[in-house]
Each structure stands twice: as structure tokens, then as C-alpha cells.
Design a protein around this ligand. Sequence first.
Ligand code: MC0
Length: 144
Amino acid sequence: MENSDLFICIDHVGIAVPDLDEAIAYHAEKFGWRELHREVNEEQGVAEAMIGTGEQGAENAKIQLLAPLNEESTIAKFIDKKGPGLQQLAYRVADIDHVSEVLRSRGVRLLYPEPKRGTAGSRINFVHPKDAGGVLLEIVELAN
Ligand code: MC0
């Protein structure tokens, strides 16, 4: 990784699903993915699970299943508008404060003034899809 690189790799892609248990079972039965991690994030309005092989190592990209906790959830709104499907692409960063500063200096708008709590104690922020070619872009600094 060069000093000027902002992003390390794709951390995960997020798929909006109506029901988390059903989605985990489907991806396990049809595609062989296993549940690696599951949690509820009240602030984000989601029940989520990371799925993968378990042997791929922490450094590899994962698939995140995102189910709405209630009707106000951004995931509920997304499913209402577009149906289930790819909701976000998450880039891993080493230092989210530094990356946020660089992005803002380039005129890229972040949704939150300060990072919020993401999966497993990570720190996250988002670039609005209007500033990222129609893709909701998450930036994520993993917890140590
Ligand atoms: C909305 N749009 C999207 C989109 N959501 N485009 C691509 N991907 C998405 N996910 C587009 C709409 O089609 C619309 O375009 C325009 O953006 C405004 O949409 P809206 O329906 O009016 O929705 P807003 O503006 O109320 O909300 C969109 C926004 C929201 C991105 C601000 O979803 C948000 O705050 N997202 C960040 C938080 C989040 O997604 N949390 C759940 C994952 P047109 O052309 O029709 O104007 S939590 C998570 O990911 C955590 C657990 C983690 O990974 O650690």
C-alpha cells in the first residue's frame, strides 16, 4: 500500500434483505456461505450478519446481509423503493479521520459529521450515492 492510497480494499458488500434468518439460510443452502458474525445495530436500524467461508481470513472481503429493524430503517426504505438487493459497497481504511478529511477536502460529502459505530466496533461513515456514481459507499475502519 502506498502512502497516498486512501483505501485498503473492499471490506464488504451489503445486501438488503427482508428477513435475516431466511437470508442466512438461503445463502447457506444455495451458496454454501456460513454465518461468521451477527449483531443488531439499533442506531443504524439493522439486524446484520457477515457471511463467508470462515477460512478466508479477516483480510478478505465479506458479504453483509442487512435486514430492517423497523419501518423507519434505511434498509426498509431501500427495499420499499428498489426491492432486496445490493445496498452498499464498503471500502476499508486504516484511519477514518484522515480519510474523511481528505475526502472532504476533495468536495466529497460524508453523511455524518463524525464516524458512527459499525459492525463489531468498527468506525464507519458513508458517501452519499449522489457523490459516488450512484453507489452508497461506506468507509470502515476496523476495530483493533
Ligand atoms: C438511496 N439511494 C441509493 C441508495 N439509497 N442509491 C444507491 N444505493 C443506495 N443504497 C438513492 C435513491 O435512489 C435516490 O435517488 C436518492 O439516493 C435519495 O434516496 P431516498 O430514498 O430519498 O433516501 P434518503 O435520502 O432518505 O436516504 C439515502 C441515504 C440513507 C443514503 C442518505 O440510506 C442513509 O443514510 N444511508 C446510510 C446508512 C445506512 O445505509 N445504514 C444501513 C446499513 P433519486 O435519483 O431517486 O433521487 S448499516 C451498516 O452498513 C453498518 C452496520 C456497517 O456496515 O457497519
